[in-house]
Design a protein around this ligand. Structure first.
Ligand code: G6P
Length: 616
């Protein structure tokens, strides 16, 4: 939901800002813009469209300043247009601001400023910010070093909503101010220079040392220093964090798209997520150190997430209940946050989020804490808001995921949640040692199984050629396969714009079967031997009505079906049923990918979507 970049140092800022924006386009790509200060002039270049549209503008090439802020937009207030793009200036062209987030009370503030004589040229919520800063600056009679910082703080105090802000001002041409509240922002520390971005990978090629700003912490940057101020504008020392990811991990490394690269990285991502958590005897979760007494006191586990992370959670519900014998609920964060959930200290709440910044998941986490539940986060981004806010932070080690459609984060999340369930079961002694041992061995073999699933690439590519012209596709599954069906269907609709729906195989005949007619594509997932016959019967009912069918089966279930009745049969490697979503989803991710490619679409940046949804 909008990406922001900043630079202050002795190099020319614009190439650094453009490179950073390109890495952040997954957050939005409706329009982009840059502001720098040269001499005593604020120079602003902005344009509707993608970041690359800025590259060739003469005005961009002319930007010489070595201090600058930049933005790539995912429109919330006001259509994508040049005038609505950031940076926004105040009426006197003295303050420039880029903003990620939403200001909920902007209409009220706008009316107030209009009464004070300010005028507005855009439809955005953001434009009130430089003007309110200007208002407070002009009213302040004290002329000390903190005058601008005070104006920014007074402004932030009035804002309701979420924001991360970068601010330039002609009144301090060699400084920049940044601040955040509920939207991400990191500062990278270089030698005589600093980099700012919405996330770490965007500036990882410049530095590995980062400051992770907390809500209402203000940073005043100059070429040589970064001063931190708390919400009372008292200066304080802040510790930096060293990130060990390799910058290459955030590049395409020769792949046509990030999504394909990330699909192919899944064996490594799963392997890294298992890491050293499995040893001969125990599952290692040193970060948690839960006692048997605490775990036995739990009446329920809630896993709360959005989108693909929610599907990953659905994929482990049965595993947790089976291994730990604790009732487990999966909740959509945007619903959960507005309910009055029946949770207390006897509930454990687990929050799953690739980015660690999803606004609804973060709000649900805060609500759970108010209800006294213990909270664990599972995120892929070290130091993300959800990780910091939770009682216990666990990380998937999938590496940066850039494509909007999530793939390796999903398989890593299921891996980590399964390990967590095993850890609980070991403490609770609710599962036999033999079964846990078997599951451990199956987990260790999993990266190789995912490797085998990736060999289905050309089959997925061929099936895509028959699907890309379709208008509707249905996905079916039972039990754990139903969770995979939901995720596979989401992947297809996200990047191919084909309408698709996932149904539990037994539910389809309660209404939706009315939509099945000759030529409709149905994809059945049937890796659970115990449920196979039931799902086959359901699919046969659809074949009778003219459906074109593709089924995904395991090596074992493949031997138990008559291949000739289906149009396509995809065989994935056998694995433990509780790990099956991880191997089964792979050919379906590839299918969605190749359907999108056949349609000539931008796989990594599908329309209307953003990778990190930091607004409600
Ligand atoms: C967006 C993305 C999805 C993602 C969801 C949750 O909708 O497009 O791919 O699954 O947000 O994101 P999170 O970062 O919390 O996993």
């Amino acid at each position: 939901m909008c990406g922001i970049v900043g630079y202050i140092g002795s190099q020319k800022a614009s190439p650094i800002l453009l490179a950073g924006l390109s890495k952040l386009e997954y957050r939005g790509y409706d329009s982009a813009g840059i502001a720098t200060i040269e001499g005593n002039v604020l120079k602003v270049v902005k344009n509707k469209g993608r970041v690359e549209s800025l590259y060739n503008l003469d005005d961009t090439k002319k930007l010489e300043g070595s201090i600058g802020i930049a933005h790539t937009r995912w429109a919330t207030h006001g259509i994508p247009s040049k005038i609505n793009s950031h940076p926004h200036l105040d009426n006197s062209n003295s303050f420039a601001v880029v903003h990620n987030g939403i200001i909920e009370n902007y209409i009220e503030i706008r009316k107030f400023l209009e009464k004070e004589g300010y005028h507005f040229i855009s439809d955005t919520d953001t434009e009130i910010i430089p003007n309110l800063i200007s208002y407070f600056y002009n009213k302040d009679t004290k002329n000390d070093d903190l005058k601008i910082l005070r104006a920014v703080k007074n402004t932030c105090d009035k804002l309701i909503g979420s924001f991360s802000l970068e601010i330039l001002s002609l009144y301090m041409p060699d400084n920049m101010i940044v601040v955040r509240k509920d939207s991400p922002l990191v500062i990278g520390k270089g030698n005589g220079e600093s980099y700012i971005a919405s996330d770490i990978p965007a500036i990882l090629s410049y530095t590995k040392d980062f400051y992770l700003l907390e809500n209402f912490e203000y940073a005043l940057l100059s070429r040589d220093s970064i001063k931190f101020y708390d919400n009372d504008l008292k200066e304080f020392e802040k510790k930096s964090t060293t990130i060990t990811w390799d910058a290459m991990a955030a590049d395409k490394s020769g792949f046509e798209d990030y999504m394909l690269k990330e699909i192919m990285e899944q064996p490594t991502a799963v392997r890294e997520t298992i890491g050293s958590r499995l040893d001969d005897i125990y599952c290692n979760f040193d970060e948690l150190s839960f006692t048997k007494e605490y775990l036995s006191s739990l009446k329920q586990i809630y896993i709360i997430a959005c989108g693909t992370a929610m599907h990953a959670s659905l994929g482990v519900k049965d595993t947790i209940e089976h291994l730990c014998k604790i009732h487990t609920e999966i909740a959509v964060a945007s619903e959960f946050r507005y309910r009055n959930p029946l949770i207390d200290e006897t509930t454990l709440c687990i929050f799953v989020s690739q980015s660690g910044e999803t606004a609804d998941t973060l709000a649900a986490l805060k609500l759970s804490k108010e209800h006294k539940a213990k909270t664990i986060s599972i995120t892929n981004v070290i130091g993300s808001s959800i990780a910091r806010e939770s009682d216990f932070a666990l990380y998937t080690h999938a590496g940066p995921e850039i494509a909007v459609a999530s793939t390796k984060a999903y398989t890593s999340q299921i891996t980590l949640l399964t390990l967590l369930a095993m850890y609980f079961a070991e403490i609770l002694e609710t599962t036999s040692t033999e079964e846990l041992e078997k599951l451990k061995l199956d987990l260790l073999a999993l990266p190789n199984k995912v490797e085998t699933s990736l060999k289905l690439t050309s089959q997925a590519k061929n099936i895509a050629k028959n699907i890309f012209k379709e208008k509707d596709v249905f996905y079916l599954g039972r039990g754990i396969d139903y969770a995979t069906a939901l995720e596979a269907s989401l992947k297809l609709k996200e990047i191919s714009y084909i309408h698709s729906e996932a149904y539990s195989a037994g539910e389809l005949k309660h209404g939706t079967i009315a939509l099945i007619e000759k030529g409709i594509n149905v994809i059945g997932i049937m890796t659970d031997e115990n449920l196979l016959k039931k799902t086959v019967s359901n699919i046969e009912e659809l074949i009778t009505r003219g459906a074109v069918t593709t089924v995904v089966v395991s090596e074992t279930t493949s031997k138990q079906i008559d291949h000739s009745i289906f149009d396509n049969v995809i065989v994935v490697p056998d694995t433990n049923i509780y790990l099956s979503p991880i191997v089964t989803v792979v050919p379906l991710q590839l299918l969605a990918y190749y359907v999108s490619k056949e349609k000539g679409l931008d796989v990594d940046k599908p329309r209307n979507l953003a990778k990190s949804v930091t607004v409600e």
